[in-house]
Design a protein around this ligand. Structure first.
Ligand code: ADP
Ligand code: MG
Length: 237
């Protein structure tokens, strides 16, 4: 479904991603890991169209989407969260979810009553009691869930969750993990970017490891985690 071919991203003279090749099938659950600064968010930004690539290409469902703007990629079914949640600060939780729903209704024509669907999404993410709160009134975990709610409102075929568990504690991590697992079971392909190793190991069918802008491992979680190079990157010599 998603094919990234020889993708390179430079910021001035700095190469953040160097000739990345990855493929992701429909419904796959992928863990994308790597040290801070290894290029994970940059890769998400190139896949979702927030950043232009310097070289290489991105293909989705057989179409070359390399030069499509972000909203066109959203329409094709790529949903993503931002590492730093970006809700509309002057709108309630419910209104925040209505924006992408209205957008999807305009272009995707799912034919559902919008407020009902928004309430349903909030219920799915256990946010219903927060429907009328502004983002400033939400806790860290609720902000993360709102970010997920906005991404799944467009009914993505591929959801990219960029560190949605960052800053959360034990039981909250399990709650968000459960949410992502449920979404995965509903058939959405998910790329989970995460530092919390037990969570990403439990979630993933396959793991891809980035280091200094290159893919250094791509395979079954157990194999990846026992890989000598991955071990060296995470633990040192
Ligand atoms: P990760 O998400 O894996 O922590 P990032 O993709 O955020 O890593 O960053 C990869 C590298 O690219 C880092 O060295 C970062 O400083 C650099 N980088 C990211 N975005 C920009 C940008 N907009 N301009 C310049 N450098 C950037
Ligand atoms: Mg990042």
């Amino acid at each position: 479904m998603l094919v990234v071919k020889n993708l390179t991203k430079r910021f001035g003279g700095f190469t953040a991603l160097e000739s990345i090749n990855i493929s992701i099938g429909a419904g796959e659950r992928i863990g994308l890991i790597g040290p801070n600064g290894s290029g994970k968010s940059t890769l998400v930004n190139c896949i979702s169209g927030v950043l232009p690539v310097s070289d290489g290409s991105v293909h989705f469902d057989g179409d070359n989407i390399t030069h499509l703007p972000p909203h066109r990629r959203t329409q094709l079914g790529i949903g993503r969260t931002f590492q730093i949640p970006k809700p509309f600060e002057s709108m309630s939780t419910l209104q925040n979810v209505c924006i992408p729903l209205e957008y999807a209704a305009r272009y995707g024509n799912h034919g559902e009553a919008l407020p009902d669907r928004a309430q349903q999404i909030l219920a799915d993410l256990d946010l219903r009691s927060k429907a009328d709160l502004l983002p400033e009134g939400l806790t860290q975990i609720d902000l993360r869930k709102l970010e997920l709610a906005r991404a799944i409102a467009i009914r993505p075929k591929l959801l990219i969750a960029d560190e949605v568990m960052a800053g959360l504690a034990g039981a909250e991590i399990d709650e968000v993990l459960g949410l992502l697992q449920r979404l995965g079971k509903s058939g959405i392909a998910i790329i989970m970017i995460e530092h919390i190793m037990h969570a990403v190991m439990e979630f993933s069918e396959r793991m891809i490891v980035l280091n200094t802008g290159k893919v250094i491992a791509d395979g079954a979680p157990d194999d990846v985690i026992n890989d000598a190079i991955v071990e060296q990157v995470y633990l040192g010599e």
